[in-house]
Structure formats: structure tokens, C-alpha cells
Design a protein around this ligand. Structure first.
Ligand code: G3P
Ligand code: MG
Length: 238
């Protein structure tokens, strides 16, 4: 399985310039020249995949409480923009379906990061699978998750879509995990990556992606180690 991933991916859209995980943020990333965006996907109470990073609504909406307790209809009433800046007042919580329609329209690829809650990995994997299979998108999709249970389900049900194992620190058994789930890349936090690990992963033939890199100097040093791609809140800066 091959996929061409650009050197820079807009993180949560372009989270440095617009409210993360909104359609405005995806549009902003495209406007800044990003060829791909990453966004986070959680499940609403009625099992619709929506864009949200946190377990609670507190930080990025005008409501409070656990994200998974709200139905899509509840979520659609929220303002996910004004916490960032008044100019984004009324920006909605998008569904995965809406985000994929937009990336298709803009002609930009995307990394769909699946974020399960404890106990709902099977439901979120199945709901995301259904949306991706049902979308007529012609742009590239890379699907990733910190949850091995989610990757395992997607390996089975969404075999045609390239997958990435997402980790904070690189585990000792990274190679066998990537092989087992036929992943194209390892996506890790750049803070814990060493040059030696980068060399080994690249020698093994995998793409190496690092989050979240907002300083041009860090980006240059990671690219110097052979890192293929960085996720940035400021995709134009790096
Ligand atoms: O997918 C890369 C990165 O977004 C993972 O961390 O917490 O920003 O979703 P987080
Ligand atoms: Mg993410």
C-alpha cells in the first residue's frame, strides 16, 4: 500500500489561526497552502463521528460536560468558534462526513485521527468505517489512532485505507505492530524521538510523522534526521 504524504500537515486544521477541528480551520489550512490536514474524531452519543479533540466540551465550545453524552443534534447547537476568537462566533462542530466533503472540495488530503472513549472502540471504528466507505472522496486519507483496538478493527474493516500507528513514545515492539496491522507510517511525538530511532524506522521502510512541531528550527532538525512529515498548528511557518 502506498500513499504520498506531504512534508507538512495542518494540525487540527490550522489550529494556530482558527478554532481547531472546525471547517473554518480546515479552510484556513488550505488557504495557507497546506496540502493535507489532520483532525480528531470522536463519537456523539448517537454514534455519529464528529470533530473534537477533548473528552469534554469545556475548552473548545460554549458548553460543558462529556462530549460522548451529547447527541449530534445537541452538538450542532454549540458554538465551537468564539472561544478562539469573536470573529469565529457560530462556527459549528462538524461531522466527519462534512469534513471529508470539504477536504474533497478543497482537494486536500487528510489524516483522520480516531479518538475512542473507554469502551467504545468497536462502535467508533465501525461508525468511521461506514462514513469513509460511504464518502465519494477522491482525496487521500490516512487513518490513525492511539488506540490499538481501533487500529485492529480498521485493519479488518477498512483494509483499503492506509493506516498509521499513533504513539506518544515509540514502543520497543513498534516494528511488529506496524507489520501486524499493515501500517504505512508511525506517527509520534517529536519530543521523545531520537535520531537513532528515526534512522531505524526509516531503514525499515516506514514513513515517520511527528507532531506537533511549530518551530521552524525543530522542523529543520527533524527533517535532517529523515522524518518525512510534521504536523503543525502553523503549517505556513514550518
Ligand atoms: O495525530 C497527531 C496528533 O494530533 C496527536 O495528538 O493530542 O494533538 O490529537 P493530539
Ligand atoms: Mg490529533
Amino acid at each position: 500500500m502506498t500513499i504520498t504524504i506531504p512534508k507538512v500537515i495542518g494540525h487540527r486544521g490550522a489550529a494556530g489561526y482558527a478554532p481547531e477541528n472546525t471547517l473554518a480551520s480546515i479552510r484556513k489550512a488550505a488557504e495557507l497552502g497546506a496540502r493535507w490536514v489532520e483532525f480528531d474524531v470522536m463519537l456523539s452519543q448517537d454514534e455519529v463521528p464528529i470533530l473534537m479533540h477533548d473528552d469534554t466540551l469545556n475548552r473548545t465550545t460554549n458548553d460543558q460536560g462529556p462530549t460522548f453524552k451529547k447527541t449530534l443534534s445537541d452538538l450542532k447547537k454549540l458554538d465551537a468558534g468564539s472561544w478562539f476568537d469573536e470573529s469565529f462566533v457560530g462556527e459549528a462542530v462538524p461531522t466527519l462526513k462534512e469534513a471529508l466533503a470539504l477536504t474533497d472540495l478543497l482537494g486536500i488530503g487528510c489524516n483522520v485521527e480516531v479518538k475512542p472513549m473507554p469502551g467504545n472502540h468497536a462502535q467508533i471504528a465501525s461508525a468511521v468505517t461506514e462514513v469513509i466507505k460511504g464518502s465519494k472522496t477522491s482525496v487521500a486519507i490516512l487513518i490513525s489512532s492511539f488506540s490499538e483496538a481501533v487500529i485492529e478493527s480498521l485493519y479488518r474493516d477498512l483494509s483499503e485505507t492506509p493506516k498509521a500507528l499513533l504513539v506518544e513514545k515509540i514502543p520497543d515492539d513498534w516494528r511488529s505492530k506496524l507489520q501486524k496491522w499493515d501500517c504505512v507510517s508511525l506517527n509520534c511525538n517529536h519530543k521523545h524521538l531520537t535520531q537513532e530511532q528515526a534512522n531505524t524506522i526509516k531503514r525499515a521502510g516506514y514513513q515517520l510523522l511527528c507532531y506537533t512541531v511549530n518551530e521552524p528550527e525543530s522542523a529543520a532538525s527533524l527533517f535532517g534526521w529523515g522524518v518525512d512529515t510534521i504536523f503543525s498548528d502553523y503549517p505556513d511557518r514550518v
